[in-house]
Design a protein around this ligand. Structure first.
Ligand SMILES: CCCCCCCC/C=C\CCCCCCCC(=O)SCCNC(=O)CCNC(=O)[C@H](O)C(C)(C)COP(=O)(O)OP(=O)(O)OC[C@H]1O[C@@H](n2cnc3c(N)ncnc32)[C@H](O)[C@@H]1OP(=O)(O)O
Length: 202
């Protein structure tokens, strides 16, 4: 499986166009004939891509020497499911990034679906503990939804490593929209055996 230094521009471009497509699909009032025409065009694009299919997503060399998939459904600029996260900075057990979710992520009217709010926070705590040198998987994530998380505006996603006890690693995080915290998370993660930070590059 190849490890690339960064997501190739063409993959970012393709994913960005598909994100726009998904947004228009949920907003469109186009007549039925146009919907069917669009479906046909999209099927053509899918068939083109399927001619060279990998079994698993490609990996990407990432911060601190850790490898993460360029197709992360939260962060990956190459995955149209990902909002994605931009301007991500992760160092010394703290991470911060920006995400703008479209109306395609609507849960309650006018607000982001709570599952996606949790996904952003789950990813953020994973990132925070990894950059503290403790790559780990979430085993418990408690999310307090303080107020509706809006879509279509920049959300600041932050998390930090707060300590560890045996294999258990602790982190907290929050989402901030327009200066107000909309959701807070507290997480327990379990350090992954046999995955010390120092062996993760390449
Ligand atoms: C995710 C990849 C990370 C790679 C990192 C490298 C790159 C990093 C770079 C960038 C980060 C990107 C960020 C990604 C973010 C993604 C986030 C996710 O989606 S995470 C996936 C969802 N989570 C799962 O799928 C876990 C499912 N759970 C399991 O597979 C097992 O529970 C496992 C392997 C994690 C642990 O199982 P055992 O059998 O090895 O260990 P036992 O003995 O059960 O637990 C170990 C300790 O943890 C406590 N523990 C376990 N579950 C607990 C819980 N629910 N609450 C509290 N403590 C718990 C136990 O009491 C034990 O504690 P005592 O060592 O005795 O002190």
């Amino acid at each position: 499986m190849p490890v690339l230094a960064e997501v190739p521009a063409e993959r970012r471009e393709l994913a960005a166009r598909v994100r726009e497509l998904v947004e228009e699909i949920v907003h469109t009032d186009a007549p039925a004939a146009d919907l069917l025409t669009a479906a046909e065009w999209i099927a053509g694009a899918t068939a083109l891509l399927r001619t060279a299919r990998r079994d698993r997503p490609m990996l990407l060399a990432h911060d601190g020497g850790y490898q993460v998939s360029m197709h992360s459904p939260v962060e990956g600029p190459g995955n149209p499911l990902a909002p994605p996260m931009t301007g991500l900075v992760a160092a010394d057990g703290e991470m911060r990034a920006t995400a703008v979710l479209s109306g395609a992520y609507e849960g309650p009217p006018g607000r982001v679906h709570g599952g996606w709010v949790a996904a952003l926070l789950d990813h953020a705590v994973g990132r925070a503990v990894a950059c503290a040198g403790l790559p780990a998987m979430t085993v418990s994530l408690t999310v307090d939804y303080r107020r509706g998380t809006p879509y279509g505006v920049p959300l600041t996603v932050r998390a930090r490593f707060t300590g560890s006890e045996g294999r258990r690693v602790f982190a907290t995080g929050e989402i901030v929209a327009d200066g107000e915290v909309t959701a807070e998370a507290s997480a327990i993660l379990v350090a992954i055996r046999g995955l010390p930070a120092s062996t993760q590059d390449g």
